[in-house]
Design a protein. Sequence first.
Length: 125
Amino acid sequence: MSEITRIDEHENGQVKISDDVVGTIANIAASEIQGVTDLSGGIAGDLAEMFGKKSLTKGVKVVIENEQVDIDLNIIVDFGIKIPDVAWQIQENVKNAVETMTGLEVKEVNIHVTGVNIPSENIEV
């Protein structure tokens, strides 16, 4: 990520928002939805977390073109929830948060369910 996108130019200067900022907003907005266990950052992200580096853009891919944003989220959901309902809530929450905070138009919020969190009491040995 870490690309900088110019979104506005005023007589006093420019306003620039990094892709990482949009990714952080999306991560937090997705995490607010009940039924989302975590965002999945893949092997590299998981290794970095093991060594104490928490990434607020983990599991988020942001593409900004012509002040329109495409966001991909890799999520892990709780066992027993209705995935389509949670995905829709994530899409709405992320879209609203990013548009409100940045002024950019969110074109797509794509949800990729990469895992299910099964509580240990549900596992029979």
